[in-house]
Write a protein that binds this ligand. Sequence first.
Ligand SMILES: *Cc1c(COP(=O)(O)O)cnc(C)c1O
Length: 373
Amino acid sequence: MADGIRIPDEIRPVDGRFGSGPSKVRPEGVDALSAVSRTYMGTSHRQRTVKDQVARLRRSLAEFFAVPDGYEVVLSNGGTSAFWDAAAFGLIRDKAQFAEFGEFGAKFAKAATDAPFLADPTVHRAPGGQAAHLRAEPGVDVYASVQNETSTGVSVPVRRVAGADEGALLLTDATSGGGSLDVDLRETDVYYLAPQKALGSDGGIWLALMSPAAIERAFEIKGGGRYIPQFLDLVTAIEQSRLDQTYNTPALATVFLAAEQLEWMNAQGGLGWATKRCAESAAAIYGWADRSAYATPFVVDPGLRSNAVATIDFAAGVDAAAVAKVLRANGIVDTEPYRKLGRNQLRVALYPTVDPSDVEALTACIDYVVPRL
Ligand SMILES: *Cc1c(COP(=O)(O)O)cnc(C)c1O
């Protein structure tokens, strides 16, 4: 019985968490949280104790991404999904253009398409495993792309759209790419993410690195009198963030774990260190798949293969779901593919928290399981 396969301890990864989100949280972070369980957890978010952690989070994020002069770190509640709605209300003046090549890009495009106060957006689509690209179009005031499409394991560089209208903004969904992949923030106006992916914290808030032009746009649209729900008001989020607060109660553990994790990554060498570590993990898993008789990288173009999330297709004779099930029974979890992609595939997060040697170990475990199925 497949369920009875026991992977030998010697070849198992030290940490069996390979989920793309929520992703592995370092035990050291949880220990640090535990140490403040009586002085920080369960205390008012309007007092210095919590505001200091929000400040630490904003400061360490700015340091990690080397934010250019004038960019601000803004945060609020609701995760990246809430940010999409906030951006539809507060950043798109009239018409947006989207590069859509997976589920997450599609969700933001839908938010803009459904907004009755916006023109129909232009959406460039590509099937799963490929990339769609933005291109200059008169009248477009917001361009939007995902840096790493978590649902498919495709990543693209963050680059301004050549020939775009003067003042057009670029919004980059870096929810899973941010921290795993290289970026020069001068190439985008809003680089937004959530802490439960590459940042190795927990969910519930969104974080956005916003350029002066993006901040100005938020104030311009709000000043223009558009109805904006309070909870999704970017100007409120900007003003509250400047005070190291959020509009409503944030998840205190999430804030603390994110700050802790960013300080750890900064101490290791910052974004350069993190991207190198992810590249090592990527080399381990794609290299293995290239050599394997039954596994192949899903993303055919090596230039699009993500160093943040790897998707590996299995030959018809090998049931990936059964492999994932055996791995799970052995404490190696969340290697299942994105549900809607519907492929015979495993998906593996390569975020900076994940040790490249654990990715190596995972491939050895798969090689142990497959012939025994
Ligand atoms: C996970 C993810 C989201 C959604 O984030 P939530 O915080 O759950 O709303 C959006 N975009 C990308 C690229 C993601 O990976």
